[in-house]
Ligand binder design. Structure first.
Ligand code: MC0
Length: 140
């Protein structure tokens, strides 16, 4: 079901500072920047590698407000890894299959994600404490 690690989401207080860190430390390049009002984030995708099933990224996330998923996470836990996003071929089908196994979904239906992807989150309580995102990459 899982094709690859699509991205690792990292929560930070200052997006520009963290982008510079990843550029200078690891030589990564920003390929997309977006504000996602629904998710309450300003985010950047930095390309890491390409695989036959698609690319993988580091996603840096800065909250738009304290009262958002990432804002609450930062207040409770500080900066660090926020979620892992796995590539899937069909996010609607994957959600159905995972729900049938009794795993709690955050999103019953896919939502709009970075770079035109369809995304859905699974609850960390049912995935060993890991906030898990399914990502169906946009078709071009
Ligand atoms: C919260 N918890 C986490 C967590 N965030 N555990 C692991 N990883 C995380 N990131 C834990 C808390 O520690 C707490 O555990 C429990 O979940 C409830 O947390 P809360 O602080 O009371 O917060 P809630 O319940 O209001 O919300 C948590 C929940 C939420 C995961 C449901 O953050 C959510 O819906 N996230 C999905 C959307 C999201 O994260 N959007 C931002 C990225 P205890 O043990 O204290 O009960 S958007 C994105 O990434 C898009 C743009 C994209 O990829 O394209």
């Amino acid at each position: 079901m899982l094709l690859r690690i699509d991205h690792v989401g990292i929560a930070c207080h200052n997006l520009e500072e963290k982008i510079e860190f990843y550029e200078t430390t690891f030589g990564l390049t920003v390929v997309s920047r977006e504000v996602n009002e629904e998710q309450g984030v300003r985010e950047a995708m930095l390309h890491v590698a390409d695989a036959p099933s698609g690319a993988s990224y580091v996603q840096l996330l800065e909250p738009l407000h304290p009262d958002t998923a990432v804002g609450k996470f930062l207040a409770k836990r500080g900066e660090g890894m926020h979620h892992i996003g796995y590539g899937v071929a069909d996010v609607t089908q994957a959600l159905q299959d995972i729900a049938a196994k009794g795993i709690k979904l955050i999103d019953e239906r896919p939502r709009h994600g970075s770079m035109g992807a369809s995304i859905a989150f699974l609850h960390p309580k049912d995935v060993g404490g890991v906030l898990t995102e399914l990502v169906e990459t946009a078709r071009h």
